[in-house]
Design a protein around this ligand. Structure first.
Ligand code: EPU
Length: 383
């Protein structure tokens, strides 16, 4: 789909079921590389990125079969432990194959992802962690070439909190010799979901969800079944859309505990939220209040919700100050929101958003995934 046409001014009402989390599904698909036995995954979202990951695994000789929301992956043999540039450039999350491939095959050749629309996004921490576990690594013609007889457990302290870096090393450590401790680890719920899946496969991971994760390596992992957690960013995006449109929407299959920072900001902005077992209802009757925020690693406000909240703030009653601290170039949506009539000034990584009376429709550019969602639902304001 290259183009979306949105006719604004509609109050959003109804019920939506939240999909499985993209950012939990992608590492968990890679975890299937760690065992020759089948991994049966339910609640797998139907997304291009998931299909790309299936293609990537398929090129390595891994079988994947989809039956509705369930995906069965069987890495009986890994014929080619290779993630080529052509696929990695379309999906950075391909880097998640690196740790499992080195651990299972003793070698891997994975293209360096390069920068992207939201920032430079280096993978030095992934590489540094594998080096600390005894891998030999060459950077050659844009590829990471890794080799090891067997990875060795170690203590590794991340210089920066990285989600996929934590996931890559956690997966690699499951088959290492001895205990690995990862310090300053990412605490995102997707890391916890991956740890639960790995433990169901016979791994010994403790502490996921804290900044110190311990992994006792085992000889082999086995097949398992796992349900992918609900997508907290999709949940948050629908909640913001409903709040923007002054609507009344209930999300089912959601997990409120994974997006408390977002729920807090929505409540501050004037939305009424009702959390029940597995469902979240959002409604807004009162005018929107301006709320300021700063993105940071979990459990703070997620960078993946920054664009959506900024869109919401374009029509709030006062001035909101929004600071992005994770990615250096994640303000691309500002120019697009301004095309709809928003009043936003950017100083370095901070946006000062002054609420306006109304936005109007215009042609806008979809930049990164989350930024693309934000003008879409800013438009219901245009009544
Ligand atoms: N960083 C380094 N060195 C590294 C790794 C990261 O300096 O080796 C820096 C990055 O440049 C960035 C910061 O650390 O400034 C955090 O990046 P992180 O590694 O945590 O990001 P990621 O793992 O590449 C995941 C999500 C992103 C999400 C970020 C932050 C997946 C597949 N992707 O990316 O999701 O924004 O964590 O929460 O899990 C999205 O879904 O739209 C998306 C971009």
């Amino acid at each position: 789909m290259d183009k979306l046409l949105i006719d604004g001014g509609v109050r959003l009402e109804g019920e939506i079921r939240v999909s499985g989390a993209k950012n939990a599904a992608l590492p968990i698909l890679c975890a299937a590389l760690l065992t020759p036995e089948p991994l049966v995954l339910s609640n797998v979202p139907r997304l291009n990125d998931v299909r790309t990951m299936q293609t990537l695994l398929g090129q390595m000789g891994v079988k994947a079969e989809r039956d509705d929301g369930t995906l069965t992956i069987e890495a009986g043999h890994v014929d080619w432990p290779l993630a080529p540039y052509e696929l990695v450039k379309t999906m950075r999350a391909s880097i998640l194959a690196l740790g499992p491939l080195v651990a299972r095959c003793g070698e891997a050749r994975v293209s360096l992802p390069g920068g992207c629309a939201i920032g430079l996004r280096p993978v030095d921490q992934h590489v540094k962690g594998l080096l600390a576990m005894g891998a030999e690594i060459d950077l050659d013609h844009g590829y990471i070439d890794a080799k090891v007889r067997r990875l060795a457990g170690t203590r590794f302290v991340f210089d920066v909190v990285t989600v996929t870096g934590t996931e890559n090393l956690m997966m690699a450590a499951t088959l290492a010799d001895g205990v690995t401790t990862l310090e300053n680890a990412a605490r995102e719920p997707e890391v916890v979901d991956l740890a639960e899946c790995l433990n169901a496969m016979g791994a010994k991971v403790t502490g996921a969800g804290s900044d110190r994760i311990a992994i006792e390596g085992v000889e082999r992992l086995h097949g398992a079944s796992h349900a992918i957690m609900p997508d907290r960013i999709e949940t948050g995006t629908f909640l913001v859309a409903a709040a923007a449109a002054g609507g009344d929407v209930t999300l089912t299959g959601a997990c409120a505990a994974t997006l408390e920072a977002v729920l807090d900001k929505l409540a501050e902005a004037g939305a009424t939220l009702t959390v029940d077992d597995g469902s979240i209802r959002v409604a807004r009757a009162a005018p929107l209040k301006s709320v300021s925020l700063r993105t940071a690693p979990y459990p703070a406000f997620p960078t993946d919700m920054q664009a959506q909240l900024m869109a919401l703030m374009t029509l709030a009653d006062d001035t909101a100050v929004i600071t992005e601290t994770i990615f250096e170039n994640r303000m691309m949506h500002v120019q697009e929101l301004k095309r709809l009539g928003a009043d936003i000034e950017v100083e370095s990584s901070t946006a000062i958003v002054k609420g306006v009376r109304a936005l109007t429709g215009a042609n806008v550019m979809a930049t990164d995934l989350r930024a693309s969602a934000c003008p879409t639902f800013a438009l219901p304001h245009a009544w």
